[in-house]
Design a binder for this molecule. Structure first.
Ligand code: DWN
Length: 393
């Protein structure tokens, strides 16, 4: 039975950055999160239709961070060395940040957002502009045959129908093939009170416990789990067909399951306690921003992330507290944040001597940002974060 444990209020579509001409009426829905006591899955209660989120004006560019460029290069090299694939498939290729590490005849991609698929097709990488399902998998098998490695980063947790998703993987994967994917880890979200990992696109925030249950039902099994620092704590999960004995199941699988069980991730009680911490985080953040504002200081936000849309709408933080957001992504600049309508400008325009405090909307790149912004820090500029608790850095 699904039990709702957190209500993050009325929220907009996180990819719907507004222009001056955008209609006043935004699509809004209730963002609530539930725990399924049977499957152990943590998911949104109300889902937004995929076509409304993933379209031809998708804003996020995965290659905007040095951290992610390096991470994708490293995993591409590791997959090549470890599995020696003739053909690799990426599900959710965004702007090609992973596939660019392969020759064009070694990799194919699936990406539902037309503007992104167009980019990678122009780069010479065959990209299907489709959602990942059995129909797309059949098309690929008919044209290319079975695939040795299927890779996916920050996409699997965006797909509502996990049964269809896994059937399609099973269909496309060679008998000795491996499916490797990474997504934000539910364990890290609970540890960090990073409730902003919940938004329309993150239909699930996944635990290893829940994943193991669902893969088993489909004749697949997890044989390795890596804990990553990316996106504030992610799991990289390695999956194979159960009858494929060419890869042994490593101890990392049991270790991660034990870690999750000892944190109580199979019990609703743990999620209810998390919800209490989220309410405290919200109150602490509002109090801190108001206190700073009362000292006549200027606060901006750094990184127009989808995550910060959850925070700003849940905490009702608008232009009165955060004057504007700076972001390096050209197609977010000149627009307004979904729901709270905070202006977004380039760092060149907005990250200047007038700024006293910058809220880390992109807290997951905190290290990269702090390394880059030493001039700001040296002249007394401060960063604010809510992870793992609200504070000035
Ligand atoms: O899963 C998803 C993740 C991976 O990406 C998607 N559903 C949507 C998106 O979520 P996000 O917006 O929360 O992701 P990021 O990667 O945390 O976004 C970082 C943002 O910050 C980008 O817009 C780029 C910007 N940025 C910047 O302006 N200066 C980032 C860095 C590192 C910087 O120095």
């Amino acid at each position: 039975m699904k039990k709702k444990f957190l209500d993050l209020g009325t929220q907009p579509i996180t990819n719907a950055y507004l222009t001056k001409e955008s209609p006043d009426k935004e699509y809004l829905y209730n963002l609530s999160i539930a725990f399924d006591e049977e499957t152990k899955l943590v998911s949104l209660v109300d889902m937004v239709k995929p076509e409304m989120m993933f379209n031809d004006s998708y804003a996020h560019r995965a290659s905007m961070s040095k951290t992610m460029l390096a991470s994708f290069k490293k995993i591409a090299e590791s997959l090549k060395a470890r599995f020696n694939p003739k053909l690799t498939l990426e599900i959710g290729s965004n702007d090609g940040v992973f596939i660019r590490n392969f020759n064009v005849d070694e990799v194919i991609a699936v990406e539902p957002c037309g503007n992104l698929a167009e980019l990678t097709n122009k780069m010479g990488y065959k990209t299907y502009t489709d959602f990942w399902d059995q129909k797309t998998a059949e098309q690929i098998v008919n044209s290319y045959g079975k695939v040795d490695v299927v890779f996916s980063a920050n996409t699997i947790c965006h797909i509502e129908d996990l049964n269809e998703l896994i059937n399609a993987i099973d269909l496309v994967l060679d008998d000795k093939g491996v499916f490797v994917f990474e997504d934000p880890s539910l364990y890290s979200v609970l540890q960090n009170t990073s409730y902003d990992q919940f938004y329309d696109e993150h239909v699930y925030v996944l635990s290893v416990i829940a994943l193991q249950n669902i893969f088993k039902k489909h004749g697949l099994e997890i044989f390795h789990v890596e804990s990553l620092l990316t996106h504030g704590g992610s799991n990289r999960i390695y999956v194979k067909k159960i009858y494929n004995k060419s890869q042994s199941v490593l101890s990392s699988v049991d270790e991660n399951i034990k870690k999750e069980l000892s944190f109580g991730m199979d019990s609703i009680f743990t999620y209810e306690q998390f919800a209490d911490r989220v309410i405290k985080s919200k109150n602490d953040l509002i109090d801190l921003l108001i206190k700073i504002k009362n000292e006549n200081k200027k606060i901006i936000s750094y990184g127009a992330t989808y995550k910060s849309t959850t925070i700003f709408n849940y905490c009702k933080i608008g232009k009165d507290l955060i004057e504007y957001i700076v972001d390096t992504t050209p197609n977010k600049q000149g627009k307004f944040s979904p729901g709270m309508h905070i202006p977004i400008i380039s760092p060149e325009e907005g990250f200047n001597n007038s700024v006293d405090y910058a809220f880390l909307g992109a807290w997951n790149f905190g290290k990269e940002i702090i390394n880059k912004e030493h001039d700001y820090i040296n002249r007394g500029g401060k960063f604010i974060t809510h992870v793992p608790h609200v504070r000035v850095l």
